[in-house]
Ligand binder design. Structure first.
Ligand SMILES: [Cu+2]
Length: 178
């Protein structure tokens, strides 16, 4: 008797749960399908410039196979205390300077963008654990829809990408002693 009652109440519980899931599936806050960005997103040849401390940068190709534009709005890495999305532009005196890009990196639908020295890049503002050649680091990108993608990037030696940071920071002169 008691066994039957238990099993029927379990069955009712399962039905109630199914109903809840069915309801939440219709709502816009359903967690699982809310990451179209990650599905459509891929990268190739992402790498990070070797640095013991201070600034560094990450480069590579970001691809979007989805039907709508993808916007990278922020990025993090365990190797730096802060990361910014940078563009490189010419200032009034003709000097190339880098600065945070307004609106993030927009990857067009069925298209790609290339992050490269002298252009857009992922800026490691303050390297906290040395990025050594042969190591790998991870970069987590966050998209406008709050979905994220994690990239594993090898560390490479690179002499360039010493653009000045718009404002007071001058990466070029701080490295001139090398
Ligand atoms: Cu930069």
């Amino acid at each position: 008797m008691s066994t039957i009652r238990t099993s029927s109440s379990l069955r009712f519980g399962a039905l109630a749960l199914a109903a809840v899931f069915a309801l939440s599936g219709c709502s816009s806050t359903a967690p699982a399908p809310a990451a179209p960005g990650s599905d459509a997103f891929s990268t190739s040849d992402v790498w990070v410039k070797a640095a013991d401390a201070g600034m560094s940068a990450g480069f590579g190709e970001l691809r979007n196979d989805g039907d709508s534009d993808l916007t990278v709005v922020s990025a993090t890495s365990p190797a730096t205390s802060a990361m910014e999305l940078h563009e490189t532009v010419q200032n009034e005196s003709g000097q190339m300077v880098m600065r945070p890009i307004e609106g993030g990196f927009v990857i067009p639908a069925h298209g790609s963008i290339t992050l490269e020295p002298g252009g857009n890049h992922l800026m490691f503002m303050d390297v906290t654990s040395p990025l050594r050649v042969g190591d790998e680091t991870t970069i987590t990108l966050t998209f406008a829809d709050d979905s994220t993608a994690q990239i594993t990037a090898p560390v490479k030696e690179f002499a360039g990408a010493n653009e000045n940071y718009e404002g007071d920071m001058d990466m070029g002169s701080s490295e001139s002693g090398h």
